[in-house]
Structure formats: C-alpha cells, structure tokens
Write a protein that binds this ligand. Structure first.
Ligand code: T4K
Length: 371
C-alpha cells in the first residue's frame, strides 16, 4: 500500500454546514421533528417537480419502498426479477412471502433481458421487478408489453436512476411504481433515505398509510404497515442537496468523459457509452475486463488497484442468485443466467463522484492503463 490518499468508489454529496445549521434551527424552533413535518412535505413537492413525476412519497431508505410497493399492489406467488443487482431487490420479494424467479440480463445494459421474460412466466407469476442498473434505463416498452399481455404488475427498482430521463421524460414514470434510494453512496442522498414514485393521488394516500404502520387517522389502521417515515433533519438535508445535485451530476459526467477517452484504446476493457435520447446521471462507471485481451484477471486488477489506494467495487458480484439463501431456486442455476455470470465476473466499478480531483482521475487511470 502506498502513502497516497485513498480514493473511494464514491463520496457523499454534502450540504453546506451553515445552511444546514439554519435549517436545523428552524426544526428546533418548531419542535416538530418527524411524522410528515413541513420540510418533509416540501421535499416531496420539490422532488416531484425536479424529477418530473406526479407524486413522491419519502421513505427512510431505498429498501422499504420496494417492500411496500409489493404489499400495496398485493403481489403474491412468483415475481420475475434480475440477479444482477444489490441484494435488497430480491430480499423485498422474500419479505413479501413471494418466490423470486431470476431471468438473465442483456449484456449491453446489465438490465433484465425482456426477450427472456416470457419463458419464465407461469400461472403463479404476478409481477416483474426489473432494476435500472447503474441508472441505465431498462427496455421499459418491451417489459410493459409483456406485463400487459399477461396481466402483470411492474415495479421498477430505480435505486440508481435518480433524475434519469428518456426522450425528455422521467423513466420513473414507467411501470406501476418505481422506488429510489437516497443512501449516502448515491448521486443524491439524504444521509439514508428513499422514495416511492406514484402515479395517482389515491395510491399516494395509501402508501403514506403503509409507511406509517397503516394508520389512516388517529384510530384506524387499514393494513399491517411498517414504520418508514423520513424525519425532518433528513428532509432538510435533502432540500439542500437538491439545490446542488445538477452540479454534482455534471461533475460526474466530466469524469465519465475522461475515463472513456483514456480507456478507449486499452485492449480488454469494455465500458458503457451513453444511450441516445437518454439523460444519464453517471451514478456508476462500470468497466468489464476481458482477461485474455487485458492480460490479467478482473480480481488481479481489482486488488492491484486496492494496493495503490484506488478502491473500485465489484458491483454486482456475487450475483444475488449465488447467495446461499437464493441458490436453491431453479432459476438461480448458472446455466439460466450466463450473461449475468459473465458480467458479475468481469466488472469493476471505478471511483465515480462529484469530488474527484484531476489528480484522483489520473491515479485511477494509471492503475488500469499501466500494467
Ligand atoms: N436496490 C438497489 C438496486 C440498490 O443498489 C440498493 C442499495 C437498494 C435497492 C437499497 O437501497 P438502500 O436501502 O441502501 O437505500 C452500498 C449501499 O449501502 C447501498 O445503498 C447500495 N444500494 C449498494 C449498491 O452499495 P456498500 O456495502 O457498497 O457500501 P459501503 O459502506 O461499502 O460504501 C461504499 C463506499 O462509499 C465506501 O468505501 C466509501 C464511500 N462512503 C460510504 C458511506 C456509507 C462514504 O464516503 N461515506 C459514507 O458515509 O453498499
């Protein structure tokens, strides 16, 4: 290990401390610190405007809106999903007492391959839960066609897709519901936090009940809801971060441009280019190593980078289907998921955030290019 400062895979977007102090003072003055406070209401409104969606319901993280979406839509039986994601995606299916059915991914995007969905549908299938992995939009049109044909619900895990648009429209408007994560490691964070994107007022009301134990008023409980309410401190922090997120995304874009320019001549390294008509958020910068052409394995490069103080991450290795809890599912068989295995075994997400300096970027690239 060198003496150089560690470059982490990401770094949180932090609000200005003085501005945060002013917001905290307001909370202290009001003595209203959680349960649908005024900053909470304001953030839901501002996020809906910023994202270009009808309704936002805030949550304490990005896992509980997934759990609640399945509950709200009364999903039972089997749910078709991707193995190439963070484990929370499948855990939420499990927590709702449903069976996850893994479908292979498209090697170009890392997202569930719609061409393979129909073969996985059985009479017990009730929903599809795709992920816009790394913020790259799924083939939402094809997925919706299949869902309509078989009468299935679609819940998008859009944890990575804050602000992503396709042909000028938010991809969060696709499907029956979408969920976001506002964890510290995301493009936009509220410390911990998350949200559900909802298309109509009636459903928004129901979701707000479900994240508050199911309470609909002081004495009525309409469903076995959970507690996932965002407090005022995080909502205030979120309001401040919303004012600087565009600048942060543009800084990430500039990093992506430099990575691509420098790596395009490096044999054995593949990366993803921007898709036409898509406004990307540059939440991750995955590269894929072809060990024959590159001359060393993914893990050799990964650990060499670590040695030199450059912390990439192997998101998403191992695949969810490889964890012992899910390995027993028929659909978890590696033969069923060849593209997902290939991607998981070749990926390294490079450091990607708004605060990388030119020196950091050069150091990241040197570890990869100089063999
Ligand atoms: N669906 C998808 C598709 C997801 O990716 C996720 C979460 C979810 C659902 C669930 O959303 P949440 O319930 O988490 O809101 C991270 C995050 O914990 C997780 O939110 C995220 N996805 C997942 C992909 O990555 P780790 O284990 O990689 O985090 P950690 O602690 O190793 O941090 C990574 C690096 O980030 C550190 O090396 C340095 C930097 N960092 C991290 C933290 C926490 C900071 O600089 N400051 C910090 O405060 O899981």
């Amino acid at each position: 290990m060198t003496n150089k400062e560690l470059i982490t895979v990401t770094s949180p977007l932090l609000p200005d401390l003085e501005e945060l102090h002013d917001m905290l003072q307001q909370i202290w003055d009001k003595r209203w610190i959680t349960n649908n406070g005024s900053f909470h209401k304001q953030l839901e409104k501002e996020l809906a405007e910023y994202l270009g969606v009808p309704f936002v319901s805030l949550f304490t993280n990005g896992t509980l809106p997934l759990l609640t979406a399945l509950q709200a839509l009364k999903i039972t039986g089997e749910v078709i999903t991707t193995p190439y994601s963070f484990v929370a995606t499948t855990h939420c299916i499990w927590w709702n007492g449903c069976k996850p059915v893994f479908v292979d991914i498209d090697p170009n995007t890392g997202n569930i391959d719609p061409k393979k969905i129909e073969a996985a549908i059985t009479p017990r299938t009730t929903a599809i839960m795709p992920v816009h992995v790394y913020g790259t939009p799924c083939d939402t049109k094809e997925i919706q066609n299949i869902a309509d044909k078989y009468g299935l619900k679609v819940i998008y895990d859009a944890a990575h897709a804050f602000g992503v648009k396709k042909n000028g429209t938010s991809i969060l408007n696709e499907g029956d519901m979408s969920t976001l994560s506002f964890h510290a490691t995301k493009v936009y964070n509220t410390l911990e936090g998350g949200a559900m994107i909802i298309h109509d007022e009636e459903t928004k009301k129901r979701i707000d009940f479900l994240k508050n134990f199911g309470f609909a008023g002081e004495t009525e409980v309409v469903a076995p809801g959970i507690n996932s309410k965002m407090d005022e401190v995080r909502a205030a922090y979120g309001l401040l971060n919303l004012r600087q997120v565009d600048k942060a995304i543009e800084a990430r874009h500039q990093v992506a441009l430099q990575y691509r320019e420098a790596l395009q001549e490096t044999e054995g390294i593949r990366f993803m280019n921007d898709l036409s008509g898509v406004k990307h958020n540059y939440s991750y910068f995955p590269i894929f190593i072809d060990e024959e052409k590159y001359g060393s394995t993914r893990d050799e490069l990964y650990f060499k980078m670590k040695e030199q103080g450059v912390n990439g991450r192997r998101y998403f290795y191992p695949l969810i289907s490889e964890f012992s809890i899910y390995q027993g599912e028929d659909s978890a068989s590696p033969d069923n998921l060849p593209n997902a295995h290939k991607m998981a075994n070749s990926v390294i997400c490079l450091p990607m955030h708004h605060a990388l300096s030119q020196d950091d970027i050069n150091r990241v690239l040197e570890t990869i290019i100089i063999k």
